[in-house]
Design a protein around this ligand. Structure first.
Ligand code: GAL
Length: 436
């Protein structure tokens, strides 16, 4: 049974990432073989189609992918980028299509997989190949945090190339709405935040908090868990040290239930921009969203502080709820040479700068200068170095695909029933399946 090893990998990674965050991940040393000079494995690329599977199909996420595609064309003119993106944030539709393509031996040339437990699923299923040669050519541990490489490694084999690091526990807020409600300080915990939401309501905004479909609710719930349990007990949820039906989780579920009373009514199919746009348009004061949201504000011409502001979910200050996208070489890929060109591109300093500037995330590499990025990303880079790191549930870092699916089912059921006792027992039953 694979789940024990998945949980172990995820938690080992958590500890290791936390270590790097306190250590030398700001090392600016230029890598041996890193940077643009290492891009061309074969001059101009191996040739042929390179089908890349992601869920970055629209809006600001597509702009990130477009930036990579443009650079890929420039650096590897022999190769043809084929965009296989399937719409739906957090892979809500893409993952099912990918699973069936892999099952039917019809893999893309590369696909997006989250560092941590989700990648371990693909490794355990023997669906992806090691890419140690690419990581070494890119500069290995001299350019990627060892802690992050550990999340991609099983028994010495490294199974993907990380493109970026996102933070999930960010509140995005509308400055004018807060001002009208008389709010001028960041609340210290979830309860203080809800008191502010009462003020927002009193000022005439009926939905202080915006939510979208199920995965955004899972992400909101995970941040409430981090806030209410603290780092150690949150991490314990994935080792069995913290029980999913403990008093702390029950209290977090009750807070989550109350938080939803401040939110709009979402349809399951609503994607994250629907909720983020509510803040942009002043229909909500707050949205908890991963920092891909910053690209949405930028795209809509909004200015930091004047129009919007951001802060860690109240109660999670000093904690970085982490996820990283990475790209794979699937077993049976039709064009492995082209895939390696793609991996060299996304792993290069130039590729990471182009992509992350558009995407809102921070480079996985440690040698891309922060000064090349706008203030939000500079603050995220600093937080990643100094904060405690925890792994995201909704985005494949903390739990396997199957466990995530069970948690999502419980959260979706709760969204209709608002029965927090059943939510807790469903979550505890799910954990029992995967942790024993
Ligand atoms: C995450 C992914 C991010 C972003 C987000 C919303 O799972 O890692 O890069 O795409 O979903 O779609």
């Amino acid at each position: 049974m694979r789940n024990r090893s998945v949980a172990t990998l995820a938690v080992a990674g958590v500890a290791a990432v936390a270590l790097a965050a306190c250590g030398s991940s700001s090392d600016n040393t230029a890598p041996a073989g890193g940077g643009t000079s290492s891009l061309a494995t074969t001059a101009g690329g191996a040739g042929g189609d390179v089908g890349v599977f992601t869920w970055w199909a629209a809006g600001s996420e597509k702009k990130g992918l477009d930036a990579l595609e443009a650079l890929f064309k420039e650096k590897f003119p022999n190769d043809k980028f084929v965009n296989l993106a399937v719409a739906g944030g957090a892979g809500s539709n893409a993952k099912a299509k990918l699973a069936s393509d892999l099952q039917n031996n019809q893999p893309p040339d590369s696909f997006q997989g989250h560092a941590g437990a989700e990648l371990a699923d693909y490794i355990d299923a023997e669906q992806i190949e090691p890419v140690n040669d690419v990581i070494t050519a890119l500069g290995g541990e001299s350019v990627f945090p060892k802690s992050l490489l550990d999340l991609l490694t099983v028994e010495g084999s490294i199974y993907s190339v990380p493109s970026n690091i996102h933070r999930a526990n960010v509140v995005w807020a509308n400055t004018a709405v807060l001002k009208k409600a008389g709010i001028n300080a960041v609340p210290k915990d979830i309860k203080a935040w809800m008191a502010d939401m009462d003020k927002v309501k009193a000022s005439g905004v009926s939905t202080p908090l915006s939510v979208s479909g199920t995965w955004t609710q899972v992400q909101l719930f995970e941040t409430v868990l981090v806030a209410d349990l603290g780092v150690d007990k949150y991490n314990g949820l994935f080792t069995g040290d913290t029980k999913w039906d403990s008093a702390e989780v029950k209290a977090a579920a009750a807070d989550y239930k109350k938080l939803l009373t401040y939110a709009n009514t979402a349809s399951d199919g609503d994607d994250w921009p629907v909720a983020t746009d509510m803040v942009i348009d002043g229909k909500a004061a707050y949205n908890v969203m991963g920092d891909w949201a910053v690209a949405q504000f930028t795209d809509k011409g909004k200015k930091e502080q004047t129009d919007y502001q951001y802060f860690p979910v109240p109660g999670t200050d000093g904690v970085f709820d982490f996820l990283a996208d990475s790209f794979t070489l699937p077993k049976g890929a039709k064009n492995p040479g082209g895939t390696k060109d793609w991996l060299m591109l996304i792993g290069s300093a130039e590729g990471q700068k182009a992509f992350n500037l558009a995407k809102g995330s921070i480079p996985a590499r440690t040698d891309v200068p922060p000064t090349d990025f706008p203030p939000y990303q500079q603050s995220a880079m600093e937080a990643f170095k100094t904060n405690k790191i925890v792994s995201s549930i909704a985005h494949g870092a903390a739990v396997s695909l199957a466990w995530n699916a069970d948690i999502s089912t419980a959260i979706s059921k709760f969204y209709s029933s608002k029965d927090d006792a059943t939510l807790v027992s469903d979550l505890a039953a799910a954990a029992k399946k995967y942790l024993g």
